[in-house]
Design a protein around this ligand. Structure first.
Ligand SMILES: NC(=O)c1ccc[n+]([C@@H]2O[C@H](COP(=O)([O-])OP(=O)(O)OC[C@H]3O[C@@H](n4cnc5c(N)ncnc54)[C@H](OP(=O)(O)O)[C@@H]3O)[C@@H](O)[C@H]2O)c1
Length: 280
């Protein structure tokens, strides 16, 4: 099976490369300099030449606040919408399978229950709107696709909340963290494993949601990250930390469909502690 990874130097892409290496699976990893997904001609000629059978698309513009104003808004549209469309058309033209990663930000977070895959999306920020347009392009264009929505991603190979909290704890005795936004943290390793599982186990094509089990507020997440450290964590309201982009208050996605595939999902606490042991 010929495998292509886009955005391979990002947080998820790097994790996926390590996972495939560990499983002895050969793949072609590309970053922006090798395959810019916004360059339609380059994408078409790359696909015609390489003829990948599976495309793990880890490329995205992920600066959620920057996406609210120029030039971020344009880059967000170009990468997350046009880039995704380019990949979708190129994938379909050679009959390959596309694995596309989406986000809980396709929801507005006003539902206090868990969001199901079929619930009507209602993104309230530019990034969420662009990723939803990407989802729809994949659904409409690619016969063989997996769309995997995820949330609150952390892992060894990128900037994320866990590293931010650990770094702040080195210089602060007290931290304030918002307690009125609830979601599901996701370890890149769990997500990469599910991506590989879908392809290798020939799971039914379609839309899935994948995070670690359980949910928490950012405050609760921070308490768990720093639980063995001498730092006081204070719970505050999100009005204390105004951000450009709207953040959902309760973006907890239901995981039953992913679990029904037979994939075992560990809790976010177990994932976090395994990750912390790994980076020690
Ligand atoms: N991080 C989260 O909390 C989160 C939450 C929900 C969903 N997601 C989704 O998860 C996926 C992976 O995110 P991540 O955390 O791994 O993001 P990331 O670390 O920002 O990685 C994204 C990668 O995409 C590459 N990229 C950007 N523009 C590109 C282009 N035009 N052509 C090719 N590659 C391009 C970036 O390369 P450069 O560095 O060269 O720009 C980067 O390596 C994305 O689809 C994202 O939307 C992430």
């Amino acid at each position: 099976m010929k495998i292509l990874i886009t955005g391979a130097s990002g947080q998820l892409g790097t994790e996926l490369c390590h996972l495939l290496d560990a499983n002895g699976i050969v793949y072609k990893a590309t970053d922006t300099s090798q395959l810019d997904i916004t360059d339609k001609e380059q994408v078409v000629s790359f696909f015609n030449q390489e003829k990948p059978e599976v495309v793990y698309d880890c490329a995205a513009f992920t600066a959620v606040d920057a996406a609210e104003e120029e030039p971020g808004r344009t880059v967000n549209q170009t990468v997350n919408v046009q880039g995704t469309k380019n990949l979708a058309h190129a994938t379909e033209s050679i009959g390959a399978t596309l694995v596309y990663i989406s986000t809980d930000y396709v929801f507005d977070g006003t539902n206090l229950a868990e969001y199901l895959e079929d619930d009507t999306p209602k993104p309230k920020n530019e990034y969420g709107r662009a990723k939803l347009t990407g989802e729809r392009a994949v659904q409409e264009t690619v016969s063989k696709h997996y769309i995997i929505r995820t949330s609150w991603v952390f892992g060894e190979y990128g900037k994320n909340f866990v590293y931010t909290m650990q770094d702040l704890a080195k210089t602060h005795h007290e931290l304030s963290v918002v307690n009125d936004q609830v979601g599901r943290p996701t370890w890149t390793k769990t997500l990469a494993e599910f991506m590989m599982y879908c392809v290798n186990e020939r799971v039914a094509y379609g839309l899935y949601q994948l995070s670690n089990e359980g949910s928490c507020s950012w405050y609760e997440f921070a308490c768990e990250i720093l639980k063995n450290q001498d730092v006081k964590v204070n719970a505050v309201d999100s009005t204390q930390f105004p951000q450009k982009a709207y953040r959902p208050k309760h973006s907890v996605m239901n995981l039953d469909k992913a679990k029904a595939t037979g994939f075992k999902i560990i809790s976010w606490q177990d994932a976090l502690h395994a990750f912390q042991r790994q980076i020690k």
